[in-house]
Write a protein of this length. Structure first.
Length: 245
């Protein structure tokens, strides 16, 4: 098979042996694969593939057609349209994936859309509902609303009945983000638009102090992005006063 391949920090298309599905695995002919920040970090040698994933083929999400089943695999059949988050290797013609992490592709999604759904929507769903416990009627602030996970979080928040706000640094993206259902606010004075029950932090430590100002009583901050800094000073008294988490 052909696959995007990392060699000496550069990308090229190279031939690799066809993978074979193991126990409870499915062989997929890949029709689309997403491009994520981790893929770019892997190219620079800063995001090593987890054990069992190809070390030189990037791609954390994919969508495609089932073409073969490994021993014991029963959830899907050849011809099914599926998508998944994978540890790596998504940017290839073929990939093997354990059946338990596969999801059916909705009929309304074409291949390019399906290839870019699993990573951002699964990440956003986990952050909003599993970690932050977002509920209908609550006010949600998404920092970095124009990014992949940010746009997914806005749509999920609206679908769950939350009132969604988003900070977006690039003014050219404001209208598109607003079209997803968010009230777009400037990055510099977002606390003035609070309080927010849930703050999804996709930017980093630069927002730490103002997040506490903007947090509602019993509010929650979920951090899943640190591109603008991983370390900052935290006023525990302010967090305690808000009964925040």
């Amino acid at each position: 098979m052909r696959a995007v391949t990392i060699r000496d920090g550069e990308l090229l298309v190279a031939e690799h042996p066809d993978p074979e599905p193991g126990s409870h695995e499915v062989l997929i002919r890949v029709h689309a694969a997403g491009l994520n920040g981790a893929d770019m970090l892997q190219r620079r040698g800063r995001y090593p593939a987890p054990p069992g994933a190809p070390a030189d083929i990037p791609g954390l999400e994919l969508a495609g057609e089932v073409i073969a089943l490994g021993p014991g695999a029963t959830r899907f059949a050849p011809g099914d349209r599926v998508m998944a988050i994978v540890g790596g290797g998504g940017q290839a013609e073929l990939a093997t994936v354990h059946e338990r992490v596969l999801m059916p592709v909705p009929a309304t999604l074409d291949w390019p859309a399906a290839g870019g759904v699993p990573e951002v929507f699964t990440t956003a769903h986990d952050a909003l509902f599993t970690q932050a416990g977002l509920r209908a009627g609550e006010r949600l602030l998404v920092h970095g609303g124009a990014g992949g996970v940010g746009t997914a979080a806005i749509q999920l928040g609206r679908s769950a009945g939350a009132r969604v706000h988003a900070t977006v640094r690039n003014p050219d993206a404001w209208d598109e983000v607003a079209g997803l259902g968010a009230t777009v606010i400037a990055c510099e004075d977002f606390a003035a638009h609070g309080p927010f029950d849930v703050i999804l932090e996709l930017v980093g430590a630069v927002n730490l102090a103002e997040n506490l100002q903007a947090l509602a009583m019993n509010g929650r901050v979920t951090v899943i992005g640190i591109g603008a800094g991983a370390k900052g000073e935290l006023n525990l008294a302010a967090l305690m006063a808000k009964r925040g988490g």
